[in-house]
Write a protein that binds this ligand. Structure first.
Ligand code: ADP
Ligand code: MG
Length: 250
């Protein structure tokens, strides 16, 4: 298993706000890699550059060793189809049922027309997230944690190679957050999907990640396996870790 995605010397500014200033990190195939960092440091901006919602000012993003930034529009679209995302707010369509939401990337994205196949995929994903009976309900009828799971089912419907999660547990109570963390581990282990996780939930990150990068001041300032990073000499990261574990004791 080699690397599947590489972020290389990425720069992104918004006017005078120099958010990314040479960020580099490689993501290993089949692993869970997390980017941690304080709020507002550019974690979401980094992820948006990877999925193409934002264009970098400089630097590159490689997928299987191939530049996504310099690829033709057609090649880039083909590469992006192999990524799945779970955004902070799950971004479900309120006017569609849960089943229609899960089917959406299949029908609209892939042009799948076989109704029986669509129904089977939807049910399989609902079963997998542990919500077999909510297909006919609307997102507004579900709890935040359930919507998150439906969002995950929707991305899984098109069998991505890489799944990106932006703050998947933010705003959930600790028990629900834990079920989402377990699902991420399960997605990774059962399907072998490479997971890229953006979070400020340090404790969970250290538990479920194979590899962690610390984004600070526009760059990945420290990176390594959780056991390597927990003994870091980087002063800001040390403080960041210490603070998040101190919160536990309050
Ligand atoms: N589309 C945008 N236009 C202008 N500024 C943005 C945009 N997206 C993010 N930013 C700015 O980039 C910085 C990093 O934001 P973000 O990546 O969301 O932080 P994080 O996810 O680490 O909390 C913030 O200062 C934010 O205001
Ligand atoms: Mg963010």
């Amino acid at each position: 298993m080699g690397e599947i995605v590489r972020v290389e010397n990425l720069f992104k500014s918004f006017g005078d706000n120099h958010v990314l200033q040479g960020a580099s990190i490689a993501f290993e195939e089949g692993r869970i890699t997390s980017i941690i960092g304080q709020s507002g440091t550019g974690k979401s901006v980094l992820i948006k550059n990877i999925i193409g919602v934002l264009e970098p000012d400089d630097g590159d993003i490689l997928f299987h060793g191939k530049s996504m930034v310099h690829a033709s529009a057609e090649e880039r679209a083909e590469m992006r189809r192999r990524f799945g995302y779970l955004f902070q707010d799950s971004a479900l369509f309120d006017s569609m049922t849960v089943a229609e939401n899960i089917a959406f990337p299949l029908t609209e994205g892939r042009g799948e027309k076989d109704r029986v196949r669509i129904r089977d995929v939807v049910q399989e994903k609902l079963d997998w997230i542990g919500l077999p009976d909510v297909g006919d309900q609307y997102p507004a009828e579900l709890s935040g944690g359930m919507r998150k799971r439906v969002g995950l089912a929707r991305t899984l419907a098109v069998q991505p190679e890489v799944l990106l999660f932006d703050e998947p547990t933010t705003g959930l109570d600790p028990v629900l957050a834990e079920t989402i963390n377990e699902l991420i581990t399960k997605v990774n282990q059962e399907f072998g999907i490479t997971c890229i996780l953006i979070t400020h939930d340090i404790q969970a990150t250290f538990r479920i990640s194979d590899y962690i990068g610390f984004l600070y001041d526009g760059k990945i300032q420290a990176q390594g396996r959780p056991d390597e990073l927990s003994g870091t000499k980087h002063p800001v990261l040390r403080q960041f870790i210490a603070n998040s574990f101190a919160e536990l004791e309050v």
